[in-house]
Design a protein around this ligand. Structure first.
Ligand SMILES: NC(=O)c1ccc[n+]([C@@H]2O[C@H](COP(=O)([O-])OP(=O)(O)OC[C@H]3O[C@@H](n4cnc5c(N)ncnc54)[C@H](OP(=O)(O)O)[C@@H]3O)[C@@H](O)[C@H]2O)c1
Length: 326
């Protein structure tokens, strides 16, 4: 599997990474730890060299599962990316949160430590005092100097927030939502990252599973599934997405690929994208998703897919990066 340099860092990421949010269980349904561990092992066997998680996924459960799954693996061969939650961004709280992640992941360093959401942007941080972004960056740089983290990343940041962070010190990646159906970053965020050598690791590249084609009006995420609050699963976006998937499937067929593989391929071939973070609950899903690598979409088909995506995008009324309706 091809590897790409993340920003100016010495991390070379395979073009898809395994997203481990689902392994935290909270906000998902019918997740089994044994299956999660099998999914991680399958990803590694098939050549994926990095995993993305967060302290916030199941209050650390996702990190624990990764720690368990990797105990017999050579740590140096794998890149672990995790995130600090928006309520832990102060100089007092961040080191404690980092220590928790290190303990759960059973490691003594994090390869990529990302700010999950800027504070106080996200709902979990509403009751916490606002921490200046500069304080968070200074704290991250101190942890980097101590060797606890190798590289710093941010997630869900605007151009303005990235500029402020860069004025304090170097970070190497942005983790934004990006798929055929959710493309707000194209206008100003992607050009800013390209100009500043910031790698982009795109989350929800399957539009949270919509692009697999398995959802329909009789099969929608239930109330306990985080996706029931996703803008992508609300009318009329949901219906537009169902229609669009049909074309994605048809285009993919010409390459002998599924709609999921085609959709992931579209993401990794976009300008400025270092890699896609694809979630997977079991070995079958991981195996299918790895089939997005090792081939290329033609320029014409990329264009055709973008046009299909435009139709879905036109149903989203605002250009807020947050995918969830509060
Ligand atoms: N930084 C952030 O704020 C942020 C936010 C969201 C996600 N992320 C990261 O990005 C990763 C991926 O995002 P995501 O999980 O939201 O979206 P995604 O990758 O677009 O969709 C993943 C989900 O789709 C389903 N799926 C995946 N492959 C499939 C296949 N081949 N066939 C059928 N179903 C399949 C699985 O759920 P079901 O089986 O339940 O359908 C899976 O959990 C997360 O794990 C996390 O690491 C970060």
């Amino acid at each position: 599997m091809k590897r790409y340099q993340l920003g100016k860092s010495d991390l070379w990421l395979t073009e898809i990474g395994l997203g481990c949010w689902i392994m935290g269980k909270s906000g998902w349904t019918n997740v089994r730890d044994e299956e999660s561990i099998d999914a991680i092992h399958t990803a590694i066997e098939l050549g994926i060299n990095w995993l993305d998680t967060a302290e916030g996924y199941g209050e650390g459960h996702s990190e624990e599962i990764i720690g368990q799954a990797l105990q017999d693996h050579n740590r140096e061969e794998l890149i672990i990316a995790t995130k600090v939650s928006p309520q832990h961004l102060s100089r007092e709280k961040l080191p404690e949160a980092l220590a928790g992640s290190l303990r759960r992941l059973r490691t003594d360093y994090i390869d990529l430590y990302q700010v999950h959401w800027p504070n106080p942007y996200y709902e979990y941080a509403k009751d916490h005092p606002e921490v200046p972004l500069e304080e968070t960056m200074e704290t991250l740089l101190t942890e980097q100097q101590k060797g606890n983290i190798r590289h710093i990343g941010v997630s869900n940041f605007t151009v303005e927030q990235m500029s402020r962070a860069l004025a304090v010190g170097r970070f190497d990646s942005l983790q934004p939502p990006y798929s055929l159906f959710f493309r707000h970053i194209e206008k100003s965020i992607v050009p800013f990252c390209i100009e500043n050598d910031i790698g982009i690791v795109a989350y929800s590249p399957l539009a949270q599973g919509l692009l697999t084609g398995k959802f329909n009006s009789d099969n929608r995420p239930g109330p306990e599934d985080n996706r029931s609050r996703s803008k992508l699963f609300q009318s009329p976006t949901f219906e537009a997405a169902l229609e669009a998937v049909t074309t994605v499937r048809e285009i993919g067929k010409r390459y002998g690929r599924t709609s999921a593989q085609t959709a992931i391929r579209w993401v990794v071939q976009q300008p400025g994208i270092t890699a896609a973070i694809v979630g997977g609950r079991n070995p079958q899903q991981v195996r299918e998703n790895v089939g997005a690598t090792g081939w290329e979409l033609s320029a014409e088909d990329i264009e055709a897919l973008s046009t299909v995506g435009d139709k879905v995008m036109s149903t989203l009324v605002d250009d807020d990066l947050r995918m969830w309706v509060s």
